[in-house]
Design a protein around this ligand. Structure first.
Ligand code: GLU
Length: 266
């Protein structure tokens, strides 16, 4: 059979589909959020839903609750006049930047550290929380600090987190097993697939709160300042988020939210 140079009917039929798909994702990511808010005041936040104290889905109430959620609601109230305009979409450490860049969410507020590497992809608000990386081990573990990690130990971390990167740099001999999220990482620790979970102290304290029998180890060996991530090109929205954050810090609402969710940390 002679090969034709003409595009097949099948491909021609598919073209509008590709075109529409491309328009859809592009417009969602590039439309000016502050202008859109004037017509539709909803702000869609990417949040964790398995992270006690920051963003945890509560089966009984059917709500997601935690520090990040409360801050997102308070910022939404400042910007739109009603916290009910906050909508939440689940992200993990690995999916949060792709979901933001695709336009599925307007902002990420999900235990996310501001780093130079991430700043190449997204913009960050001012710091809204200071964490530091630590280790979580069973109470009877012999691990007291980073020095106790070796080629014979396995540390559990989460894909796409700074914690996974940092532990490889700080303890190059230890084995690192990366899971999808923190509930999977802790389940792996409970079932003996690793000797420690590593991430931010505040996230680990949230795990301990529900699971006595585990303790922190290693002190805080990194600094993890959290920021709200927003797409590049959304400068007006970023300004509004920072203004709202400043207001919450000066009018006492931030302190109330902090006191409600964050336990004492060393
Ligand atoms: N704050 C760290 C990070 O942004 C660890 C917590 C997380 O995985 O979200 O990577």
């Amino acid at each position: 059979m002679k090969k034709s140079n003409k595009p097949s009917l099948f491909l021609l039929l598919l073209l509008p589909v590709f075109f529409l798909a491309a328009c859809g994702s592009q417009s969602a990511a590039t439309v000016d959020i502050t202008e859109r808010i004037e017509e539709n005041p909803t702000i869609t936040w990417g949040v964790k839903v398995d992270t006690n104290l920051f963003g945890l889905y509560d089966i009984k109430s059917g709500e997601i609750r935690g520090f990040d959620i409360a801050i997102a609601k308070a910022i939404t109230e400042e910007i739109t006049g009603d916290e009910a305009n906050a909508e939440f979409v689940e992200v993990t450490s690995k999916t949060r930047i792709p979901l933001l860049k695709n336009g599925n969410i307007d902002a990420i507020i999900a235990t996310m550290t501001i780093t130079e590497e991430r700043k190449e992809q997204v913009n960050f608000s001012d710091i809204y929380f200071d964490a530091g990386q630590a280790l979580l081990v069973p109470n009877d573990s012999s691990i007291q600090s980073l020095e106790d990690l070796s080629a014979d130990t396995t540390v559990l971390a989460v894909k796409g987190s700074t914690s996974a990167q940092n532990i490889r740099e700080l303890s190059p001999d230890t084995n690192v097993l990366e899971l999808e999220n923190y509930s999977e990482a802790f389940t792996a620790l409970q079932s003996g697939q690793g000797d420690a979970v590593t991430t931010d102290n505040a996230i680990l304290l949230g795990i301990i709160a529900d699971n006595p029998g585990y303790r922190l180890a290693g002190g805080n060996f990194t600094q993890e300042p959290y920021g709200i991530a927003i797409n590049k090109g959304q400068d007006d929205f970023l300004i509004k988020v920072n203004e709202a954050l400043n207001k919450l810090k000066s009018n006492g609402v931030y302190d109330e939210i902090y006191a409600k969710w964050i336990p004492e940390m060393e």
